[in-house]
Design a protein around this ligand. Sequence first.
Ligand code: NGQ
Ligand code: ZN
Length: 456
Amino acid sequence: MDDLWFEKALLADGWASDVRISLAGGRISAIAADVRPVARDQRHAVALPGLPNLHSHAFQGAMAGRAEQAGGGEQDDFWSWRDRMYQLVGAIDPAAMEAIAAMAFVEMLESGFTRVGEFHYLHHQPSGEPYADPAEMAAAMASASADTGIALTLLPVLYAHSGFGGARLEPRQRRFGHDIDGYAHLLDRCRELVRGLDGAVLGIAPHSLRAVTPDQLQALLAMAPSGPVHIHIAEQTGEVEACLAWAGQRPVAWLLDHMPVDPRWCLVHATHADTAELAAIARSGSVVGLCPVTEANLGDGIFPADEFLSAAGRVGIGSDSNVLIDAAEELRLLEYGQRLMRQRRNVLTTPGWATGRSLFEAAYVGGSQALGVEATGLRIGASADLVVLARDDLPPVGDEAIDRWLFARGNRCIDSVWRAGRRVVTGGRHIARDRIAARYRTAMQRLHGVTLTRTV
Ligand code: NGQ
Ligand code: ZN
């Protein structure tokens, strides 16, 4: 049993001072506020609940910083980035997958994320043949979760088509594809994997309206009557136009009209949703999964978060392409995008509320919902998933500590992270960083020979 004492803790019912939080069996076993520290207490400055990272493609971390050179002539956009990403796809075997995922998960924990939703579609061998175990690559992800301590919401993806109307997969997409029976088999194996993994949750993930047909979407929902349902939607104007051509409706409008979208669902990006679509998403109770760093990196556009939150919409954040893994940066960019667009300050909050606290709570509550776990906050019985901010030059006074982390000092503020009662980050570093980074370097040396050139 560990007894931790904090100057300030953001508990389920708000800020408290001089707080002892006791951990036992991976959970919070006791909380006492307004108490003096005793000798056996480990003393810290500020405790917050860990954040959910609701959307990650772990493998893409291996191309971070390797797609930032402009090509000649042609327009450089999401599709040309995807072209480079597909070149990486062919080079990743299960061992590399595990090494890359573990490194990404270390960085997530170091930035304050304690759970990741892994939107996993790199399923098969480079030839397109399934591995002997169809969930071989998912198993690599599960190992990386166990190794690093981050909680996993595994979202096995159905990626069956290359475009609207059931277009055949391209050869370079052959590692992704299943028919419905193949997917059902994958899901069974993933169910076993998740059963063996502490705190893990299983969901389903039709990749996008481009990549699954309406019949396949229905079939997936029939396989998983509960648990998270994640889908990419309306990230690109190109997708909106293709959807209009296919169905005469915009993607979000089509989805909400044809599928039982409810609080199980996470609509990833939804960048190009119009006012009526935003209101309809909010009414559905589903979560919009925003990935501000990736959306900026890929030139996707800016989600009208102010309008959506005013309609009582729910949001969470994800690190998506993992070009930079940083929870504070995601929240900061989410707010700054709105400030730049609206030429105002403190946009994603309500009068009288600190912006950092509003962003943090929105991402905590929305992200937890999207990843299939209860947003308990720090309370007795909750999983002991804590982010601990260090004392900086000013005394920690509640909301301002969050604002200083998100807007001013960034991850230098993070001292420790506990996940399921285990201290996995200390002094800002993951306890297994050196070992995991060494293995990652070896894997990356092998991948370095893979050139990521623009071909479109
Ligand atoms: C993905 N990435 O699934 O990794 C996609 C690219 C696709 C983003 N949407 C692949 N950011 O859309 O087909
Ligand atoms: Zn994605």
